[in-house]
Design a protein around this ligand. Sequence first.
Ligand SMILES: *Cc1c(COP(=O)(O)O)cnc(C)c1O
Length: 352
Amino acid sequence: MKKHNFYAGPSILPQEAIDETIKALQNFAGTGLTLASVSHRSKEFDAVMNDAVAMFKELLDIPEGYSVLFLGGGASTQFAMIPYNLMKKKAMYINTGTWATKAIKEAKMFGEIIEIKDDDFFSIPKGYDIPDDIDYLHITTNNTIYGTELLEDLDVNVPLVADMSSDIFSRKIDISKYAIIYGGAQKNLAPAGVTFVIIKNDILGKTDRKIPSMLNYQTHIDKNSMFNTPPVIPVFTALQTLKWIKANGGVAGMNKRNTEKADTLYNEIERNKLFKGTVAKEDRSIMNICFIMNDEYKELESQFGEFAASKGMIGIKGHRSVGGFRASIYNAMSIDSINALVDVMKEFEEKN
Ligand SMILES: *Cc1c(COP(=O)(O)O)cnc(C)c1O
């Protein structure tokens, strides 16, 4: 039976990216050596790093004056690196869920935080004022756990920093509006172990704080992400994913595919008498689709989970802090998997 991978992260990657990685683990770039054992200073790996940076810039249309970095430590290390490098006194954070909450916790160690938050995380705060004396504004564009997403680029007069761990390459973004965009790669790009950072070079050097080398963006900009040993295998896979995105219509192609996938699934959640969505319609994510049983059918929740699993639907259980169900339908997922899930939802409705 075909398995459909709805895990939230680590999660589905293009089959081509996996296949190319397997080949490189056997014989990397004609070296006769495995990718796992080749020097990151070799000319063959240097080319991988340079190509990955170049493809990032090409696919996202990154303007001059920005650097692309591939680091270790996950998005969670960025939660601390951002205030470490940017905070003079005060920053503003839009708290849209668990990840933003964690980012705020780190930032509070470096300065004053103005926090904007709705009563719950089922919608994205709107209509707040942004003071112009803050060092930066931090947002999380896609809330992987709650299934809300900000689908536009904010227009603000302060440096804008965005956690795009779970929606990078899913839609076109105007990079020039951002000072930093970062994310763990394990949602839409590569196996766990590499973190991408897109950074506007002139945003740095504004605090007189001493910053440890590894946590200083300038170190990694100066050394082209090779100050220390980069996560070689995930960087290689990331490059293969980028090639796959390019071959499939680029970011615009991804967005078309993702919108169709999300619409198909949300339409079924609305139509099916057993289920309902959990978030405000205008803030619904096109990456993580959360739903629960309708009130009259609450007792069927675990039964549906088992039924779906028996049909090859893997990883649709909601995050432990939210419950219900969550289908993560990242770039690499095809519409066939969405249709298969919709069929399972219909079949379960007919049975009940
Ligand atoms: C998964 C996730 C993170 C955490 O990433 P790590 O690489 O595990 O540190 C942060 N932010 C968002 C939006 C995520 O989805």
